[in-house]
Design a binder for this molecule. Structure first.
Ligand code: SF4
Length: 333
């Protein structure tokens, strides 16, 4: 399939700290599969301006986090030749389109976004950038005239507002963009090590960059089925994070473990289960860790990859802005 025939896809993530295996299962693994399918022209954006909405007081952390994220993406299987990996702030067209879109979007549209209300109350965020977040997110997508955006089910509402913004632009100025569609990930949503949603806030995660000692410590402290206190108690493997992780990472998972746990068979127990999981996760991410370390030891190589990605992104974004300025009758268009 030629590059022109491929469907344009935009994916992105905020550089807000270490990526964890929940990010891997919920997003990265899917992106790598989509890339390897050969069907998509891929743009993968590290959205550093978005990170500022909640961390404008710790900007010194942004650059190290960008390097870590780029290394995580590549070590996980994103190939910079096939996927343009770049930093949002290196493609200024995102900002111009954000500004133009902000002139046509009523404030109540932004105020009714569920995550705005929720985070405004829980995190006390009240800056303009946070209110305007959905507009910048829309600009991130449509600046590439992307047709598809891979998302989890919990992000569908965000894409819906992007579609509404596109429709409003088209109503006012004529058609320029495809209405972006969701490509909902089929991969598993991993629970945290304590059974709650995996989150950096809860500290219940295993980072992709964690070394063997840290992995073992975190697995040792993992929750299992709270109703299985003794080996002979009947367990509920489907509610046990250790079992759920083993189904993904342990190629040697015994086929009868589930039944044995559920029936209270004394030949299986949580301590042995955790030991097997420790080794499985350490082995599963061994190549990833080696590649990640190698990349982080060579910042010049990462800079070259990010600059090449930004160059390819800027070319596409510049084409889009010519169409946008013309549609809006801007001076010089
Ligand atoms: S035996 Fe294994 S699957 Fe069963 S509750 Fe314990 S850790 Fe979970």
């Amino acid at each position: 399939m030629t590059a022109e025939k491929k469907v344009v896809l935009l994916s992105g993530m905020q550089p807000s700290g270490a990526l964890h295996i929940g990010n891997y299962e919920g997003a990265l693994r899917n992106w790598v599969d989509l890339q390897n399918s050969g069907k998509y022209k891929m743009f993968n954006c590290i959205v550093d301006w978005h990170a500022l909405t909640s961390s404008s007081d710790e900007t010194e952390l942004l650059v190290p986090r960008i390097y870590e994220m780029a290394a995580d993406f590549i070590a996980a299987g994103l190939d910079p030749e096939q996927t343009a990996i770049f930093v949002q702030s290196q493609v200024k067209e995102h900002a111009e389109l954000h500004l133009l879109l902000s002139m046509i979007i009523p404030i109540p549209w932004l105020e009714r976004v569920p995550s705005y209300k929720e985070k405004r109350e829980t995190l006390g965020l009240d800056n303009y950038g946070f209110l305007g977040y959905p507009i910048l997110q829309t600009a991130d997508i449509i600046i590439y005239r992307a047709r598809v955006v891979p998302v989890g089910k919990d992000q569908l509402a965000h894409l819906e507002i992007a579609r509404e913004i596109v429709r409003r632009f088209h109503y006012l100025y004529g058609e320029v963009f495809p209405e972006p569609e969701a490509l909902v990930t089929k991969h598993a949503v991993l629970p945290g090590t304590d059974g709650r949603k995996m989150s950096k806030t809860y500290g219940n995660y295993i980072a992709l960059g964690d070394g063997p000692d840290i992995i073992c410590e975190k697995v040792k402290n993992m929750f299992t089925d709270p109703e299985k206190i003794h080996k002979t108690d009947k367990g509920h493997p489907d509610r046990c994070p250790v079992y759920i992780y083993r189904t993904i990472y342990d190629a040697d998972l015994p086929v009868d473990l589930k039944d044995k746990c559920a029936s209270g068979d004394a030949s299986v127990g949580c301590v042995a289960c955790k030991k097997a999981l420790m080794q499985a996760i350490v082995d599963y991410f061994a190549d990833f860790r080696a590649k990640r370390s190698e990349l982080l030891a060579d910042k010049a190589q990462l800079d070259a990859i990010l600059e090449d990605g930004a160059k390819r992104a800027r070319e596409r974004a510049a084409e889009t802005m010519i169409l946008v300025r013309k549609a809006m009758n801007m001076y010089g268009s």
